[in-house]
Design a protein around this ligand. Structure first.
Ligand SMILES: NC(=O)C1=CN([C@@H]2O[C@H](COP(=O)(O)OP(=O)(O)OC[C@H]3O[C@@H](n4cnc5c(N)ncnc54)[C@H](O)[C@@H]3O)[C@@H](O)[C@H]2O)[C@@H](O)CC1
Ligand SMILES: [K+]
Length: 270
């Protein structure tokens, strides 16, 4: 069964994103890859640190969406083998720590996880928490988390990742996507088939340029951006002016400015 796209949250396409009254720049995939590189190589902020922040923020957003407590709530977490999936594995662990019943569903066999995602998986295994790498999750969860593919998407989703995207879209449970709904090429805004139809998307660090594309926006749901600890010095080096959007909270909602108007300075709308 295929589903129709949910109605867009924003009635008109976005021209720019805001957090409160603060403009939030978008980044290209090239810039985001450079952010990742500089974090590790120039500042010694490891991927493990960033991923822990990402997964903790994702778990916190899931908890908010489920009303403030996850005790006894069923959550399905779909995890690819890349760093997006690694963030999902962190979120799964934290949600289990907080009392949720989490079904961790992997795209690949555990032997095919490497690097930091493998490290996150091995923590779950050391804790004897079950993970599933075959079949489809049981239906009936209160929330599905999509940590299948992030900005590493290279073509239309294939194989088991595609099967899990179809499965998630067919469930009644809302989908919380990590960084991007899987199936979107975040740089260009190309929507592949299949692609996740998210109720909410928790963006890491900064929104990606493709999120301004009108075809992408109906798939994003409510947009939030999470602090993963990128220092302002790094953004400045890339020519990005990022104001203190996380001064009060680690995760903030993004609103949309629908057009720039004749002066180029319209107020943001919710
Ligand atoms: N500094 C950052 O920005 C951080 C990024 N993180 C996450 O890491 C993501 C990027 O990680 P990666 O570069 O590892 O890439 P991804 O995890 O986005 O994607 C790579 C994985 O997706 C699979 N894949 C790619 N195209 C596919 C297709 N067409 N069909 C099926 N499978 C496909 C690959 O086989 C691989 O397993 C970001 O989107 C973000 O979510 C976080 O983990 C923490 C830090
Ligand atoms: K995703």
């Amino acid at each position: 069964m295929s589903i129709q796209p949910r109605p867009p949250i924003y009635p008109d396409p976005c021209a720019a994103f805001y957090a409160g009254a603060e403009p939030v720049p978008t980044v290209t995939t090239t810039q985001m890859v450079e952010v990742d590189r500089a974090m590790v190589e120039d500042y010694g902020i490891s991927l493990l640190q960033m991923m822990e922040n990402a997964g903790r923020a994702l778990a916190g957003q899931a908890r908010r969406q489920l009303g403030g407590s996850v005790v006894g709530q069923r959550i399905t977490v779909l995890c690819g083998a890349g760093n997006n999936g690694g963030g999902g594995l962190v979120a799964a662990r934290r949600l289990q720590d907080w009392g949720a019943q989490v079904d961790v569903t992997l795209v690949h066999h555990p032997d095919e996880y490497h690097g930091v995602p493998q490290h996150q998986l091995q923590i779950l295994q050391a804790l004897h928490r079950p993970v599933h790498s075959a079949g489809l999750p049981s239906p009936g969860a209160a929330l599905t988390i999509d940590a299948l593919i992030g900005y590493g998407l290279n073509s239309a989703p294939q194989g088991r990742a595609a099967d899990l995207i179809h499965w998630a879209n067919d469930q009644a449970a809302p989908i919380l996507a990590l960084d991007t709904p899987s199936g979107i090429e975040v740089g260009s805004g190309q929507v592949f088939q299949p692609a996740i139809h998210a109720a909410a998307t928790l963006i890491l660090a900064l929104p990606k340029q493709g999120f301004l594309h009108p075809e992408v926006q109906p798939l994003l749901g409510t947009l939030l951006v999470a602090d993963i600890g990128v220092p302002p010095e790094l953004y400045l080096r890339l020519g990005l002016e990022v104001s203190s959007i996380f001064a009060r909270q680690d995760t903030v909602a993004l609103s949309c400015q629908q057009d720039l108007g004749p002066s180029g300075e319209a107020s943001p709308t919710a």
